[in-house]
Design a protein around this ligand. Structure first.
Ligand code: ADP
Length: 474
């Protein structure tokens, strides 16, 4: 762990495994309450001076972190592929995406503007400034174990906040590698602190209740987000929550179904489907359904499954046995209710010991609202396809979810694109675009997908308080 500028070891440790082979990758400290407290205290002390640094000084640190991240991108990607499971190329993309947040907020740190506001009184002036919220506690997930760290830490530091971060217990080694970068970039002691724990509950409770923590930023499941948000609310802490999703993708009849199938095959199976913006319901018009399903199935059937470091692999392992269990239960439920398996639909390598947790990339046709997969997040390599007839109805169906993170649509018609993107109740819309994300674009959802935005100008605001100064002139 990294607390107050020192690497800290503990008597008690836990083991991290390679997700493709189940072999041990290393042991990491298991923090106790006193160590979590020490990290918060260190962040509190460091905040007093960090907040006084100029935006230019903070930008220089962030820029140095960005450079180090790029220098180490290959090693970071290798580690991520082993620890998290995604194919090496995808891991490299994530490292670069993660680095972008450091660069972008190095620049944005200098654009933290205030305002002057006209007063109704002749002798009065109003000035607003934006000040850092204080110590931030960050909790990050395993599916994007590096970019979710920089997406939180970069804007927090740019704003002048200090951070205590707890990574997911499945991927603490990626977090350690990022904190080596923060340390090597020369960030002052206590500005960023890392605590690793096997059982996150106690740490989350401390973060949400601690008087010195002013803000909780969390990325993870909706269930845990609801719990942490509730607890933080009792203590009136600010929160940002990036939670689950259940993204619809609508292919309109004017669009080439082959083109749409190509794009949706890529995005649906990205990170083996373990992304909160993965499409979970693919709506295809009945006139183009056959061509779409043929193309999608042929592409998915060819996807090579294996360890992320193996050549040509498109689909890595799932994170653990429970994840495979959940995917399979949803697929079996869909089959029992009439869905057809066009490819996949089964676990893989089940007779090979220590072969990770693999599920065959799957296309399901004939999916209906009665099936669990229609409403529950899958977080696995499954493309559930629904055939529709009526364009008005399909938007209503797409919105029929408690989640509101991402949605995708394919059309060549400008009016359809604009009207549909306005009607879809989601925070992120991809119009003929399977990658509607960037450090420069706000990421976040509505309803049960969370609160607040990360990335972009909005991402900096999450770490700032507005202060108004009313000045009476003599
Ligand atoms: P998933 O189900 O995808 O693993 P989680 O929401 O359980 O998602 O995990 C996301 C992050 O939240 C991880 O860092 C995990 O350790 C953390 N987490 C899970 N439960 C709690 C909790 N009760 N308090 C604090 N953090 C938690």
């Amino acid at each position: 762990m990294y607390i107050n500028g020192e690497w800290v070891q503990t008597d008690e440790q836990f083991t991290v495994f390679n997700k493709a082979t189940n072999e041990p990758l290393g042991d990491v400290p298991n923090a106790n309450a006193a160590q979590i407290e020490a990290a918060i205290q260190a962040a509190h002390v460091a905040y007093k001076t960090w907040r006084e640094t100029t935006a230019y000084e903070r930008a220089a640190y962030l820029y140095r972190c960005y450079e180090l991240m790029l220098e180490r991108q290959e090693a970071l990607a290798q580690l991520m592929s082993s620890e998290q499971g995604k194919p090496l190329k995808a891991a490299l993309n994530e490292v670069r995406y993660g680095a972008d947040f450091l660069l972008w907020y190095a620049e944005e740190a200098k654009r933290n503007y205030g305002a002057t506001i006209p007063s109704a009184r002749h002798n009065q002036r109003f000035i607003t400034t934006q000040q850092p919220v204080g110590v931030v506690a960050a909790i990050t997930p395993w599916n994007y174990p590096i970019s979710m760290i920089t997406r939180k830490v970069a804007p927090a530091l740019a704003a002048g906040c200090t951070v205590v971060l707890k990574p997911a217990e499945a991927t603490p080694l990626c977090a350690q590698a990022m904190f080596e970068i923060f340390a090597d970039a020369g960030l002052p002691a206590g500005v960023v602190n890392l605590v690793t724990v096997l059982n996150p509950r106690e740490c989350g409770d401390i973060f949400c209740q601690h008087p010195l923590v002013k803000k909780i930023t969390f990325t993870g499941s909706t269930a845990v987000g609801r719990y942490l948000g509730g607890l933080a609310g009792q203590h009136l802490k600010r929160v940002s929550m990036e939670l689950g999703g259940h993204a619809p993708a609508i292919v309109f009849p004017d669009m080439d179904p082959i083109y749409a199938a190509k794009g949706l095959a890529l995005v649906t199976f990205l990170n083996s489907g373990q992304a909160c913006i993965s499409p979970n319901r693919l709506y295809v018009h009945k006139d183009s359904a056959e061509a779409f399903l043929t193309e999608l199935t042929s592409r998915v059937a060819k996807m090579k499954v294996g360890g992320g470091l193996e050549d040509g692999v498109a689909i890595g392992p799932l994170i653990n046995a429970a994840a495979v269990e959940k995917v399979d239960a949803q697929v079996q439920d869909a089959i029992s209710k009439g869905a057809q398996v066009l490819t996949g639909g089964k676990r893989l390598f089940t007779d090979e010991p220590n072969r990770g947790h693999f599920y065959a990339p799957t296309v399901l046709a004939g999916v209906t609202p009665e099936m669990h997969i229609y409403r529950e997040e899958t977080f696995g390599p499954v493309a559930p396809v629904i055939i529709y007839e009526n364009i008005e109805d399909v938007i209503e169906q797409a919105n029929d979810t408690e989640y509101g993170l991402a949605a995708y649509l394919y059309t060549n018609d400008l009016s359809t694109a604009i009207k549909t993107s306005e009607a879809l109740e989601f925070g992120i819309i991809g119009v003929n675009d399977i990658n509607p994300t960037s450090a420069a674009a706000p990421f976040g959802g509505i309803d049960h997908s969370g609160l607040g935005r990360e990335g972009a100008r909005e991402g900096l605001q999450e770490y700032l308080e507005t202060k108004v100064c009313g000045i009476a002139l003599s």
